[in-house]
Design a protein around this ligand. Structure first.
Ligand code: NAD
Length: 327
């Protein structure tokens, strides 16, 4: 029997703190060499304007988790089919036998594990007294980014900037009620940067969303939105001023326009990347002093999905969630 878990099951099983702890352990295992993480395999379907990505991983050590996410990106889904752009499903297998343990919705889980990676980076890289966060984008990723910031730092205020202003009002209302902090619209992009201790870019913008001159010393930035070479959310100055940590160098150099664009322009070299997140969680110092600007760039790794899915499976079993199915 395998456990079938809907989006609602995943949402009621998993807290952000659980997701952050699972993802931190996944990055530790990756650094220790127990994880297997092949590059994600895309199949492009131009006649339907879509792409499907296959993202398998095995994580060893105490975690012993095996699985794969299948994620589809169809930008015309919302307008043409009334469906989300991104749909995802996760298969979790028993590493001892290969038997299927669970099939679960991967949409909410993707947002949670992406928030969790920023949570891990923020835990090690942001100033301990960080209280104000500026967020670019008011979509699903922005929600879990804010939840993650609140899980690891004593956040009292969040400022949200998104050109889709109608989304911002709803976002602020829902998130201030959910997190019991002040969540307000940022009047301008600059208002979401100046006076903020942490900045998160979680937008679909293909061009920089703020000016690197606006960043104050001591700021930590999580850049999670762009993951293709033709897009970037931060400018070269931001990168030049920052100590840069990535989820994984090979993935960042293959997919992160935020870094590859300034490298190709000769504004930085690849050596400007200080560390992978796995190095930081296994002891390489994160922030050096209170004045340093730190930048975490994530493109998203299958170890995040599989570690979080394993945690969901364990919690769902404890809580009696989901439906047993025989295939
Ligand atoms: N790093 C990862 O692991 C990871 C995982 C999932 C999604 N993503 C990426 O995160 C991004 C956000 O995803 P989502 O699901 O929340 O998308 P979404 O479409 O729900 O929200 C994105 C928001 O960004 C806004 N935006 C566009 N330009 C902006 C600008 N200049 N300033 C501020 N906001 C702007 C849009 O108006 C939109 O409301 C996407 O690019 C997605 O591909 C990354």
């Amino acid at each position: 029997m395998a456990l079938l878990l809907t989006r609602a099951d995943v949402a009621s099983a998993l807290t952000m703190t659980d997701a952050i702890d699972a993802v931190e352990e996944a990055f530790r295992q990756q650094q220790l060499g127990t994880a297997q993480l092949p590059l994600r395999t895309p199949i492009r379907i131009p006649q339907h304007k879509g792409v499907v990505l296959f993202m398998p991983a095995y994580i060893g050590g105490g975690m012993d988790a095996l699985g794969m996410k299948v994620v589809t990106v169809y930008p015309e889904n919302p307008s043409q089919h009334g469906l989300p752009t991104i749909l995802a499903t996760i298969l979790l297998n028993d590493p001892r036998t290969g038997k299927l343990l669970a099939i679960m919705d991967g949409g909410f889980l993707t947002a949670m594990r992406t928030g969790a990676a920023s949570g891990v980076a923020t835990r090690y890289m942001a100033r301990p007294d960080a209280q104000v966060v500026g967020i670019f984008g008011a979509g699903i990723q922005a929600q879990t980014q804010l939840r993650a910031m609140c899980a690891v730092r004593p956040i009292i205020e969040a400022r949200i900037y998104d050109p889709m202003t109608d989304l911002v009002g709803k976002f602020c209302q829902e998130m201030s009620a959910a997190l019991s902090i002040a969540v307000r619209p940022a009047a301008t992009a600059r208002d979401a940067v100046e006076g903020c201790d942490i900045i998160v870019t979680a937008s679909t913008s293909k061009t920089p969303v703020f000016d690197g001159q606006w960043i104050a010393p001591g700021t930590h930035i999580n850049g999670i939105g762009s993951h293709s070479l033709d897009a970037r959310e931060v400018d070269s100055l931001t990168i030049q001023r920052s100590k840069v940590v990535v989820d994984l160098r090979s993935a960042a150099l293959a997919e992160a326009g935020d870094l590859v664009t300034p490298i190709n322009a000769g504004e930085i070299t690849a050596d400007h990347i200080y560390a992978d997140l796995g190095e930081i969680v296994t002891g390489k110092p994160g922030r050096a002093d209170a004045g340093e600007i730190t930048f975490f760039k994530s493109v998203g790794l299958a170890i995040q999905d599989v570690s979080t899915a394993m945690k969901v499976y364990e919690l769902a079993r404890q809580k009696g969630l989901g439906q047993e199915v025989s295939l």
